[in-house]
Write a protein that binds this ligand. Structure first.
Ligand code: MN
Ligand code: MN
Length: 455
């Protein structure tokens, strides 16, 4: 094992100042953007401000375009001199674990005097972390007439929030205490309290009727409108600096909006003569399925569009050739060593907070199942690139061999023939409502993506 270099020792005061400034811009984003829809909106706007246009009509060398799919996935394209040359692609995802509102969510509990909203958790969560916290409701309701009503409740100081009520310790001995930790909290119990005053004039469903009257009055929503809605319950708190030195950021949704942000920023800020695509997916947390996940043909769709709209003839063979020649960074977060749970890591192969972007040769679980492994040649190329351009980076794996595992979008892009490598900042408390990242690692991810685009 080579000698460890602590990232903070490799930077000077002016770089430290830059890191902290960049962190403030990132905090604005991560505090404001909590769902994939909000992320698409944010990146589309940022792209337009940077001279990108929606891709329709002819595309030209040097052009900047974006392609949006269903308001939940977006591809940012910056073409070089020849759209038929190879591409640098950075792929990340904008969805994060959360609680989705069920299509028929409302439940009145007459005995306890509450109206509750049922949820269905999305992605890999430790359920107990989501009880007894202030939660916000974000999303879109579409009425039968097609009217779109955007919902964002719980983010302003004066907004109400919602909460999943946990059990008091005095009465939880059997109900929770005698169960295994992760079985003490059931998915079906993850309901948020949404109201508590009954309608005085009603005998039947008085609590629910009062709630529905408020929803109608404030948002123009009827009960049936929940059927045609994408509503997500997310932690209501904003990002905070963590530690007396403010060296870390704690925030919800950093997996993987931190890579979506740093990759997009890198694209907007980079000087490049080559073809570059930053593609931001949805649905990674539930297996990359669906037409906005990495298992869809979105990347192929974007490439075919570029080739067709460039006015030259292209064949399927040409498309395959481009994909086989092109290189992809699968930009997703890794795990940094948690000081309280070091035993799940092989310390010599683990990512450490503050040591820079974490390059993972492979992910997967057990005997490397589900892994898309970067081959030695590509690893060497990246090493040289980062050494030459002074990117602070480290190598690491998720955890000990038989400890568990995880995957990224890497394997889905690899199946097209792309050469793919996994890298991203290491997080602590990943998938929790308050994920931690070192500001140095945030900055180094941005640098790494920028260097990859410019090289
Ligand atoms: Mn991820
Ligand atoms: Mn994840």
């Amino acid at each position: 094992m080579t000698e460890e270099k602590i990232g903070w020792n490799l930077i000077n005061e002016s770089e430290k100042k830059k890191i902290f400034e960049f962190s403030e811009e990132y905090k604005k984003f991560i505090g404001e953007v909590k769902t994939e829809r909000e992320a698409v909106k944010f990146f589309r706007k940022m792209a337009e401000e940077n001279g990108f246009k929606e891709m329709n009509g002819k595309v030209v060398p040097g052009g900047k375009y974006y392609v949006v799919k269903n308001e939940k996935a977006i591809a940012l394209v910056h073409l070089g001199k020849d759209p038929f040359a190879d591409y640098k692609v950075i792929a990340a995802h904008m969805d994060s674990p959360r609680l989705d509102v069920k299509p028929h969510p409302l439940e009145e509990d007459k005995e306890s005097h509450f109206v509750l909203m049922k949820t269905h958790y999305y992605g890999g969560i430790k359920k107990y972390q989501w009880f007894s916290r202030p939660m916000a409701l974000h999303g879109l309701v579409v009425t039968k007439q097609g009217k779109k009503i955007e919902i964002k409740i719980g983010e302003n100081e004066n907004d109400p929030v919602f909460s999943i009520p946990d059990l008091l310790p005095h009465l939880s001995r059997k109900e929770q205490g005698e169960k295994k930790l992760l079985e003490g909290f059931e998915g079906e119990k993850m309901e948020i309290i949404v109201s508590h005053i009954p309608d005085k004039n009603e005998k039947e469903n008085a609590f629910k009727k009062h709630f529905l009257a408020l929803m109608k009055e404030r948002y123009g929503i009827d009960e049936d409108d929940f059927y045609s809605a994408d509503l997500e319950v997310v932690p209501a708190e904003g990002p905070r600096d963590v530690g007396i030195d403010a060296a870390m950021i704690g925030a919800y949704g950093q997996d993987d909006k931190i890579c979506s942000y740093t990759a997009s920023r890198a694209l907007f800020d980079a000087k490049s003569n080559g073809n570059v695509i930053v593609i931001l997916y949805d649905k990674e947390e539930i297996g990359s399925d669906g037409n906005v996940g990495a298992q869809s043909n979105f990347i192929e769709y974007v490439l075919v569009n570029i080739l067709e709209k460039s006015g030259k003839n292209y064949t399927y063979g040409k498309l395959l050739e481009i994909m086989h020649r092109s290189k992809v960074i699968s930009a997703d977060v890794g795990a940094a060593v948690n000081p309280l749970f070091k035993n799940v890591h092989d310390m010599g192969n683990a990512g450490k907070a503050g040591n820079g972007i974490l390059i993972m040769k492979y992910t997967g679980s057990g005997g490397k199942y589900g892994a898309s492994e970067a081959q030695a040649e590509f690893m060497a190329e990246i090493r040289k690139m980062f050494e030459d351009k002074k990117v602070i980076y480290q190598y690491g794996l998720l955890g000990k061999v038989d400890e568990g595992g995880g995957g990224t979008v890497a394997k889905y892009l690899a199946s097209y023939g792309f050469n793919v490598i996994d890298m991203g900042p290491g997080l602590i408390s990943m998938h929790s409502p308050f994920e931690l990242v070192s500001k140095l690692d945030l900055w180094s991810a941005y640098n790494a993506y920028k260097v990859f685009i410019e090289s």
